[in-house]
Design a protein around this ligand. Structure first.
Ligand SMILES: NC(=O)c1ccc[n+]([C@@H]2O[C@H](COP(=O)([O-])OP(=O)(O)OC[C@H]3O[C@@H](n4cnc5c(N)ncnc54)[C@H](OP(=O)(O)O)[C@@H]3O)[C@@H](O)[C@H]2O)c1
Length: 178
């Protein structure tokens, strides 16, 4: 089982202009292709309730973080493989029993915070789009955009950077050293 965290952000570190923003309106074709590859390569997705509700997709296997449920609960009666999970209450072994395959972590802020804090993440992909939002939803609550590279290098990740197009979209990838 491998954990991959991926997001796209502005060049000042925002993953959305506001909490109902749909990033597909500003992410590049190259980032959308990259995301599709990650979706194909990872059996399960994990995300916060807001991100799930903005992009419902009943064909995907999903764990949706929410504090509203005291039990691990199927999201819809007739939709298999989609569950609400509350990491404050539920055991991680229960999570890993449900998701026995590779896992793609898809935001938002406190879901990113949770997985970085737990040190479970093997690979982090950050696509930086050439826009400045000045405000919005931050990628992490406790890591500033200018600190991504030194922060993850200090956590024993190696780093690779690729320019994805001629507009300057950049992909930063961090891989945990084994
Ligand atoms: N650019 C990108 O790559 C990207 C990626 C993902 C999302 N987004 C955007 O980001 C915005 C949403 O992000 P967001 O940070 O506002 O919301 P979010 O993380 O998608 O959802 C927040 C909700 O998820 C639940 N949650 C989150 N962390 C939890 C935890 N540790 N334990 C239990 N429950 C937890 C809570 O649900 P309850 O209220 O039910 O308790 C919380 O209110 C949207 O605009 C979305 O499109 C962008």
């Amino acid at each position: 089982m491998k954990y991959t965290l991926a997001f796209a952000c502005s060049q000042d570190g925002f993953i959305a202009k506001h909490s109902k923003d749909n990033p597909f309106e500003w992410t590049s074709r190259e980032d959308q292709n990259h995301l599709q590859t990650l979706i194909n390569d990872n059996e399960w997705q994990v995300m916060g309730r807001t991100t799930h509700e903005l992009n419902p997709n009943e064909s995907r296997k999903r764990i949706v973080f929410s504090r509203q449920f005291s039990e691990i609960k199927q999201i819809k009666e007739n939709t298999l493989n989609q569950y609400y999970f509350n990491p404050d209450l539920h055991q991680w072994s229960e999570f890993e029993k449900i998701c026995s395959e590779n896992i793609l972590i898809l935001g938002g802020t406190s879901v990113h915070d949770f997985f970085i804090y737990t040190e479970l993440v093997d690979t982090i992909h950050i696509t930086i789009e050439p826009y400045t939002f000045n405000e919005g939803v931050r990628a992490f609550s406790y890591i500033n955009f200018k600190d991504y590279e030194p922060y993850f290098l200090s956590k024993d990740y190696s780093f690779e950077k690729k320019i994805l197009n001629n507009k300057g979209t950049t992909l930063m990838s961090f891989n945990k050293n084994s």
